[in-house]
Structure formats: C-alpha cells, structure tokens
Design a protein around this ligand. Sequence first.
Ligand code: KG4
Ligand code: ZN
Length: 336
Amino acid sequence: MKKDIFILGIETSCDDTSISIVKNGTEILSNVVWNQNKTHEKFGGIVPELGARKHLQVINFVLEEAVRDAEISLQEISAIAVNNQKGLIRSLVVGVSAAKALSMSLNIPLISVHHIEGHIYSNILSHPEIKFPHLCLTVSGGHNLLVLINNHFNYEIIGNTLDDAAGEAFDKVARYLDLGFPGGPVIDKISKAGNSKQINFPRPMLDQDNFDFSFSGLKTEATRIYSKLKDSPEFKVEDFSASFQQAVVDTLIGKSVKALKKYNLNTISVVGGVSANSKLRDEFERYSKQYNFKVYFPDIKLTTDNAAMIASVGYFKFLNQDFSDLNLEVFTNNPL
Ligand code: KG4
Ligand code: ZN
C-alpha cells in the first residue's frame, strides 16, 4: 500500500499567521488561520512592523493548534512547505525561520512555495477534478493575474496588473468611505442592498487588446465621484458600492472571457481573496452558462491567505523531490 504523505504548510506573508497539515495533497487535516485584522484596522491598512511582531508572538500557538487539530504527531510529518516568495519581508522571515527550525529538528525536507502558486492550488485542493490546461484568474489584495496553467508547475502569465490589484482597489475605496478594513467583504455585503446601475463607473482597459488590468484609475474616479455626491440627499452608499463592485466584476470577467476564447480553453479557476465576492461568483456562473465554460471557485475558507494551499503545493513538489536547503531566502515579489 502507498505510504501517506503529510505536508505541514506555513503562510505568513501578510496579516494571517497560518499553519496547516494536508494529507496526500488534497485532504485538509487542519488549517489554523490567526488573523491580525484587529491589529491593523485602526490604521486602515497593514502596518508591516506590527504584522511581523504579531506573527512572532503567535506562531508557536498556531503550530500547536494545527498539530492538535490534525490528530497526528510532528514525527509523522513528511516535509515542511513554506511561502518564501511573495509578501512582506519581515513577516516572511518569521514563517521561513519556523519552517527551517522544524525541517532541521525533524530531519525532513524543506519545500519553497510561491504565494501565488498557493492561491492557484487552493482550487486544485478544493476541486481535484480540475483538468489541465486551464486558465486561472488570481485576484487578491496584492496580485491580479491571468495565468495559463498548462500542467503542474507549468505557468504562463498572459495578464498582469499595471498598478492596483482589484482587492487593493476595494480596500482603498472602502477606506475612503470609512467602511472599515478589509474593504472587500464590507463592500460585498452592503452592495446586496444597492442598485449597481446607479453610477456608471469606467471598466478599465476592457476595450484593449491585452489581458492586463489597471484598477488605480477606477479607484481615483470612485473617490472623485464620492466627494462630489456624498452630500446629496439622494446619495446612498449601497448604490455607490454596488456600482463600483459591478465595474470591478465586469472588468475581471470581461478580460477572462476574452482570454478563454483566445486560448481556446473551456475551464477557468478563480482564486484569491476577491474570489470570495458574491457578485463575482454569481456573474461568473451566469457567463459560464452563456458562453459554455466551466468555472471553479475555492471553498470560501481557502480564498483568503491560508497555509492549506501552501501545503497542497508542497505535496506535488514532494512527489517531484523538489526540495530546498537551509540557505532558503525570502523575496518580496519573486516572479511566479
Ligand atoms: O488573498 P488575500 O487574503 O491576500 C492577498 O494575497 O492579497 O486577499 C485579501 C483581499 C483584500 O483586498 C480583501 O478586501 C479582498 O481580498 N476580499 C474581498 C472579499 N473578501 C476578501 N474582496 C471582495 N469581496 C469579498 N467578499
Ligand atoms: Zn494571498
């Protein structure tokens, strides 16, 4: 009988300290996420120094809980997978140091994972039946890509963000409207009571013949329109949010559908924090029926940063014996 592979994943790129144990690449035994929203919300965004200190404070407790939840012992772990390739440097250092300590003390391999690769695999984890090749839209606070996934670890980036990612635009507009942090989930919630046709926001770069994104102009336009309208008696924040959200969703879907057509693909995987957005999910489902393609979203818990997605990548790298040594470094933004 084949021996089970247990990968312990570590993710500390930004404001979530997460450790997870995944069996054979797709069975999540534990996935503990310690979120720092409370630490950062009063500043309206992430404060890197505070984030790194928080990771350091909680990482051992997160580890203990992840091992306890998984109901296995550390001695049974096959390898340690860690995101060392995208994020805030001081935050990554905490996760990578923990990973090195575990790899050394347990005498098991260390595996390097790119954060965006983790998001891509969050859907392979949720839907192991996804076939290659497929298109992947990654849409988070820190990245917004269209990637052809030809096979395991065979990626071709066909579109990138020229400035702000969609999640960043959600966060910045929400901060301008004083709606709290992170902004995406709040805008998603209040938009349900709004009219998305009330304000006609631009759909940036949708008419251009490329697959790049640019949400900075839309964000600036949103803040300009808000300043102009906010004191009017007819102004409703629900309508404003719903209209802004619709512009983001139309742009993401418009570009994706064009890319599916151009590359003759019939499957798209949508991942990252913004893939939790209810309007994006509903509209993608609607378009998938109209244009006859399959769309996959990760389980909601796997849309935002988590270590299960890192452990899942770790499993497939383990099968390839793709290991790192203790010289492993950290990078703010390594190319995928
Ligand atoms: O993937 P993630 O946790 O971190 C990065 O890799 O950046 O994504 C966080 C982003 C934030 O910008 C947050 O506002 C956004 O995902 N987000 C959402 C929703 N939930 C999280 N945006 C729109 N609608 C949501 N429901
Ligand atoms: Zn992320």
